[in-house]
Every structure is written in C-alpha cells, then in structure tokens.
Design a protein around this ligand. Structure first.
Ligand code: SF4
Length: 235
C-alpha cells in the first residue's frame, strides 16, 4: 500500500465503485444507520454491483436503529451483517462495574465503548482489506482532517463523503429519497447508543448530543479516533 492522495478529489460514487470492484467481498460499507452511512449504502447500491455492509449492535441501541436494518433490507436488498460484542466480555464488565458504568467517569465510558464497540469492530475488520465509513470533516473538530482514503492497520479506510457539507448531505437524502433514521425528526443530529445520545440544542455542535454529560472529553468512542488523545486514527 502507498499514498492515496490522488484519490482525494475522486467523487464519492466513483470511489465506492472502485473499492467494490477492486476488493469485492474483502470490502464493506460500515454503517450505523445515520445519514452518512445511509448515503454510502445508497451510492453503493447504485453501482449495481453486489457489496457487503455491516453494522454494530452494541446491545444498547435505540429500537429505531434496529428498525433501520430492516428498512435497508427492504429498500436496497442488502442484508446488513450485524456485529455484536463478546458476551463474556459484557458479562464480566457489567458484573464488575454495573450496566450503566459510563455515567461514573470518562474512563468507565471508554471501557464500555471499548467492549461494546471498538473490540467487536476490530474483530469484524479482519474480514476486510478496505472499508468505507460516512465520516465527514464538518461533524466536529475531531474529524476536521479526515482523509478520503487512508491506510490504517494494513487496510484501507475510505471516507467517500468526507468533504460533504451538511447541506449536501441533506440535499442528497431528499433528492434520492434515502431512508432517514426516525430520531433525526426528534432533534438528534448524531445517533449512537440510547443512553448516551440525546437531541441537540440549537447552535450546538453536531455531536454535542453524544455523552453530553462529559464536559471536556472528546466526542469519540474509539472506532475512528482515540477518545483520549489529541489526534490520530485509532483504527
Ligand atoms: S455509547 Fe454508551 S452504551 Fe454505547 S458503548 Fe459507548 S458508553 Fe457504552
């Protein structure tokens, strides 16, 4: 693998087609059913090529996210692969720290995200040489430098819509009638686990509703960026 800066100006649809054709079943779209991931599913389906997609079921997702998995199957004919945490790791964590340990401290929140999100995500990524995410630079300061294509832990991480504005996202969703996660209609702008996500207040950062009780901590779980250091892709 080498430099991929020449792909920085490639359109999202073309980048996805390239990845699907190049890596076939060793490529997947990762989606949490938010707008970005849904746009990737829509763009990928428009290639007319078979492709894989996966999502993470942490065990604490809102019911609406589960509904979206079925919506995707009906709309795109894509059976999203559902990745779950290791049952023994969950049992041990809850036995020692309780079900809602993330309220106790930032460290406990990181532990919960690590067990429920990061570790299962890493295990799933071993099946792929390349994967795509709906990350965008304007989602917040932690994401401002996201590259469209980057090498990370021996595989390619694509962020085909990294340079899209919120207006572009919404326009694409409307023009293409992309299924919208129901919680957006309730004021959510970023959607994760139910107990750790709330609607935002006007003027707040797009990811302000994630772990809103943490004042200075980064609004990251560790899948894309380490939540406790100043920079660097975690995966
Ligand atoms: S978002 Fe909350 S419930 Fe979900 S894994 Fe992280 S700390 Fe745990």
């Amino acid at each position: 693998m080498g430099s991929y800066s020449h792909l920085e100006n490639v359109a999202a649809a073309d980048l996805l087609r390239w990845a699907i054709e190049t890596f076939e079943e060793r490529f997947a779209v990762a989606t949490s059913m938010q707008k970005g991931g849904m746009i990737l599913l829509d763009l990928a389906s428009r290639t007319g090529l078979p492709f894989r997609a996966f999502t993470l079921d942490t065990g604490r997702l809102p019911a609406e996210t589960h509904t979206m998995i079925e919506t995707v199957r009906q709309r795109y004919g894509v059976s999203v692969e559902v990745v779950t945490p290791d049952r023994a790791e969950i049992t041990a964590m809850v036995a020692e720290h309780g079900q809602d340990l993330f309220r106790d401290s930032v460290e406990m929140r990181h532990l919960c995200c690590n067990v429920r999100k990061v570790r299962p995500f890493e295990r799933k990524l071993r099946e792929f040489d390349a994967w795509a995410t709906g990350l965008r630079r304007r989602q917040g300061r932690t994401r401002a430098a996201v590259a469209k294509v980057a090498e990370s832990n021996g595989r390619l991480k694509l962020a085909p819509i990294a340079d899209w504005s919120p207006q572009q996202v919404d326009a694409y969703m409307i023009e293409n009638d992309v299924p919208l996660h129901p919680l957006y209609a309730k004021g959510y702008t970023s959607i994760g686990c139910a107990p750790c996500t709330r609607a935002i207040i006007q003027g707040e950062d797009e990811r302000a509703g994630r772990w809103w009780w943490e004042v200075d901590a980064k609004k990251e779980c560790g899948i894309h960026f380490a939540p406790d250091c100043s920079d660097g892709a975690f995966i």
